[in-house]
Write a protein that binds this ligand. Structure first.
Ligand code: NAD
Length: 263
């Protein structure tokens, strides 16, 4: 199935590694021109070189901290200067600080709100007019399964990310008639560098192998394994295509069957 993404321009945030990089790689393989962005120059350069090598597409890498509004401004400006417009915005963010309610400070809440909510608003505000002018656009927000099933030690994720579901519905209603669809993704456990690091720490603490840690963590997932970053990328690629033009305002769970509720 040709998804028709050749030469579309896609901006993917928090994409120097992990889920964001997996999404950027799949969109690039589909022929989209991609803008990747994260805080660390060295990781970004590595990611850019790897994407160019495997897909041969145009890639722009822009260093930007999502919690700094001036960085978000500059990111969109540089992307527009390089490619003229943005067709597809994929909002992904770095992980918020873990912790229970009693462990988190006011500053932690401020920071998480910037990281998980305000940055999404800032980005959307800066790309939406170019989509409206061309009567086509795709807004895709990567969140977490915590919207469906809170995780005890991730109170910031459980709480702040929920607002993105409201943003997705609101944008879907406001911009659906402009050829712009808005959707969200609630991913479950995905094997990324960050998860690998956590598994190594747990393996050391329990004096067992990393493989055994991953096996024990995977027991609760019906398909018996963690997801792969590119599996989120395949979903994003479909949502970004014209084939998904009737999917608007949806929050889509992709979790190997982990969440047990029906709706
Ligand atoms: P990761 O740590 O592997 O990658 C995070 C990316 O975000 C990196 O590119 C990093 O440079 C970038 N980043 C971090 N803080 C940033 C900031 N302030 N500004 C700009 N870029 C920033 O993480 P991941 O596992 O790929 O997770 C991505 C997102 O998905 C996170 O929000 C995470 O909480 C969420 N999530 C992950 C899983 C999972 O199992 N991996 C499950 C549910 C939700």
């Amino acid at each position: 199935m040709d998804l028709g993404l050749r030469n579309k321009v896609a901006l993917i945030t928090a994409s120097s590694r992990g889920i964001g990089l997996g999404i950027a790689r799949v969109l690039a393989q589909e022929g989209a021109r991609v803008i990747i962005s994260a805080r660390r120059e060295d990781e970004l350069a590595r990611a850019r070189d790897a994407i160019i090598k495997e897909s041969g597409t145009e890639v722009l890498a822009v260093r930007a901290d999502l919690t700094v509004k001036d960085d978000v401004d500059r990111l969109v400006r540089e992307a527009m200067n390089a490619f003229g417009n943005i067709d597809i915005l994929v909002f992904n963010a770095g992980p918020p600080k873990p912790g229970t309610f009693s462990q988190l400070s006011d500053d932690d809440w401020d920071y998480a709100t910037k990281l998980l909510l305000l940055s999404a608003v800032w980005l959307t505000k800066r790309v939406i007019n170019s989509m409206v002018n061309r009567n086509w656009g795709r807004l895709i927000y990567v969140t977490s399964l915590t919207l469906r099933q809170p995780i005890p030690n991730l109170v910031l994720s459980n709480t702040v990310r929920l607002s993105l579901a409201g943003l997705v519905k609101s944008l879907a209603i406001e911009y659906g008639s402009h050829g712009i669809t808005t959707n969200g993704i609630m991913q479950g456990y995905i094997m990324t560098e960050r998860i690998d690091q956590l598994a190594q720490e747990e393996a050391r603490a329990r004096s067992i192998s990393v493989d055994d840690v991953i096996k024990s963590w995977s027991k609760e997932i019906p398909v018996g394994r963690y997801g792969k970053p590119e599996e989120i990328g395949y979903l994003v690629a479909f949502l970004a295509s014209d084939k998904a033009a009737y999917i608007n305002g949806s929050m889509i769970l992709i979790d190997g069957g982990y969440v047990r509720c029906v709706f």
